[in-house]
Design a protein around this ligand. Structure first.
Ligand SMILES: NC(=O)c1ccc[n+]([C@@H]2O[C@H](COP(=O)([O-])OP(=O)(O)OC[C@H]3O[C@@H](n4cnc5c(N)ncnc54)[C@H](O)[C@@H]3O)[C@@H](O)[C@H]2O)c1
Ligand SMILES: O=c1ccn([C@@H]2O[C@H](COP(=O)(O)OP(=O)(O)O[C@H]3OC[C@](O)(CO)[C@H]3O)[C@@H](O)[C@H]2O)c(=O)[nH]1
Length: 390
């Protein structure tokens, strides 16, 4: 921990050191949360995941100042009898484990549904049966499409926030038809939210549900062919980073007209820490965590990333930096999309007094500086290798 000053919660009460069982700790969000907990708090983390690459810098060497506060357990929660014991040893469980890349939702719908619903069931059950607090990671995708998307294109009502703002306690969840398997993920996440809520209502489970709105930053996903499969399709930040690093055109799915609000991972992690350390204010709540000020279309995101990457790499952008592709070509049959995602921040603001800080330009500058530093050389090497011919 950085300072010896006593830590207090939002109501001035002392924060007692706790043990946290973090499932999915080796992923993008988990790695940033572990970093924050090690650097700024006295809490212990039991870090569970099948991978540890993204938290290796926190686990080794054994001389790190927090070495006795983080323990890695390599396990798959689908089939590992150690899970209940680890939850029992902890004061709080945070479940981040999931398949959460859209390219999987329509191509691996069974794995997606199992991962986001069936595999999360024992976690909820063990927390409920053992009287342990749970922070469960859901998604903004549970909102699906906006009400406004069903209005005629030229309807003035589309400008009315009531038709697009996404509120935890008021907005409906609007998914496409079953044959649009894109919604397998959102639907599984919705059902596990409902189950957790019901455990709270009927059995007194202390829970908090987090709905992240496109958190982005360093260590998100993988760069295909470098630290992930060559044919893999990560989320948009890594897709666009990969194209920029390789001097290729950024692919805009269905014209890049969908809108997203992007938030810097470090801002979002501040919100999660407030939830962890303020149970009286966070328990029983569902929180949107996003940055409503950072809204862009995917096309605008591509243009901004092209500009920022040129600045941080000192390389001129391509004359035509983007190319349009159909969703069927890019994701395959069964893809569908959320049209617009603006989080209502009323509840998180009222309960935790939290607000995001970082502008889209600043977060892209910091993230693309990291991408360039981490991958540019490896990509150059990979691209200079002769391609095998048969
Ligand atoms: N990043 C975002 O913007 C975002 C947005 C919405 C929702 N979420 C949710 O937040 C959570 C974390 O997302 P992320 O972006 O860090 O994803 P991630 O893929 O980087 O992390 C998930 C981690 O869970 C692990 N995992 C998956 N199945 C497991 C299993 N059976 N046993 C053990 N470990 C397992 C993976 O190995 C991975 O390290 C997910 O539940 C996701 O649905 C994230
Ligand atoms: O090369 C690309 C890749 C993607 N797009 C389009 O960008 C939009 C955003 O895509 P992405 O970040 O991959 O995913 P989504 O925002 O659609 O979904 C995520 O939101 C939260 C989460 O639950 C977990 O992160 C996940 O489901 C989208 O419109 C793509 O079509 C592109 O044009 N080019």
């Amino acid at each position: 921990m950085a300072s010896g000053v006593a830590r207090v919660d939002l109501d001035g009460g002392p924060i007692k050191p706790m043990t946290i069982c973090m499932i999915g700790a080796g992923g993008f969000i988990g790695s940033h949360l572990c970093e924050k907990l090690m650097a700024e708090t006295p809490h212990k983390v039991l870090a569970l995941d099948v991978y540890s690459d993204k938290i290796k810098h926190l686990l080794e060497p054994a001389t790190l100042p927090w070495a006795d506060r983080i323990q890695f357990h390599r396990l798959n929660i689908k089939h590992d009898s150690r899970l209940e014991g680890l939850i029992k040893m902890s004061d709080l469980t945070i479940n981040l484990a999931a398949i959460c890349t859209p390219a999987d939702y329509n191509t691996r719908p069974l794995d997606t549904i199992y991962s986001n619903f069936i595999d999360a069931l024992p976690v909820v059950k063990y927390c409920s049966e053992n009287g342990k607090r749970l922070i469960h990671f859901s998604t903004c995708e549970v909102y699906g499409k906006t009400i406004g998307s069903f209005l005629p294109k030229d309807s003035p009502l589309r400008q009315d926030p009531a038709y697009y703002m996404l509120s935890e306690d008021a907005s409906p969840c609007i998914f496409g038809p079953i044959e649009k398997q894109r919604w397998s993920y959102a639907c599984a996440k919705q059902l596990i939210e409902r189950l957790i809520y019901a455990e709270g209502a009927e059995n007194g489970l202390e829970f908090t549900i987090v709905r992240p709105f496109n958190w982005i930053g360093p260590r998100m996903d993988f760069i295909p062919g470098i630290d992930g499969p060559s044919e893999g399709v990560p989320r948009v930040l890594a897709c666009f980073s990969n194209a920029l690093l390789r001097h290729q055109q950024l692919k805009l799915v269905d014209g890049g007209q969908s809108q997203r609000t992007f938030i810097f991972i470090k801002d979002a992690i501040e919100a999660v820490l407030l939830m962890i350390e303020n149970p009286a204010r966070a328990n029983g709540h569902i929180f949107n965590v996003g940055n409503p000020n950072n809204e862009v279309t995917v096309r605008q995101l591509a243009e901004m990333m092209t500009q920022v990457y040129s600045k941080v790499s000192d390389e001129a952008p391509l004359e035509v930096p983007t190319v349009d592709v159909s969703s069927k070509e890019f994701y395959g049959e069964g893809y569908d999309d959320s049209d617009k995602r603006i989080p209502d921040m009323t509840i998180i603001n009222r309960q935790l007094g939290w607000n995001p800080k970082t502008s889209l330009w600043d977060l892209l500058e910091s993230t693309l500086t990291y991408q360039h530093r981490t991958y540019a050389e490896a990509i150059k090497k990979a691209m200079s290798k002769p391609v095998a011919t048969s």
